[in-house]
Design a protein around this ligand. Sequence first.
Ligand code: 2AM
Length: 177
Amino acid sequence: MIRLFAAVPVPFDIAEGLARRQRGLPGARWRPPEALHITLAFYGEVVEPRADDLAAELTRARVDPFELTLEGVGAFGDDHRTRALWAGVTASEPLNILAGRCRAAGQRAGVVMESRDYRPHVTLAYLKGAEDDRVGAWMTGHNLLHSPPFRVERFGLYASVLTDAGSHYTLEREYLF
Ligand code: 2AM
């Protein structure tokens, strides 16, 4: 079994610009620049032959190159606790089309997909024991985030390996537009 997702990597210069915001919050486990990405579709644990089918199906998901901008910050959590902090993505029709095609590729390959609404974001940190007040202050301090636009010319199929230091991602297949 292999835990897979499709994603657009955040270019290194944009990720470095985000890095200066990744501080000042005890309990935040900040994600390193090379791990920053916008998930297009999450496939979960997939058996190896199906992973090959998925990798092949994803060649049909490609779109024309387009531009994206990161804007604002937000948080995911349940009623009791904030679990992740993220940078938002400005609304993008091509991104939504690409994500829809990645989802469809999973379905054609026989992957059982979750039926969540698609909410594009870049996870900056997972939180463990961060205080609500500090989380709120961090979000207020960074809600004017606005990255330079960057060109999306590729996406990848990534494997996620859970380690003590957080998830580690490896690029399994890359799809150039
Ligand atoms: P996240 O960044 O909000 O945690 C690899 O885990 C990627 O797939 C992450 O970007 C993660 O989103 C995303 N993802 C989507 N649904 C997921 C799920 N049910 N479990 C784990 N990761 C999921």
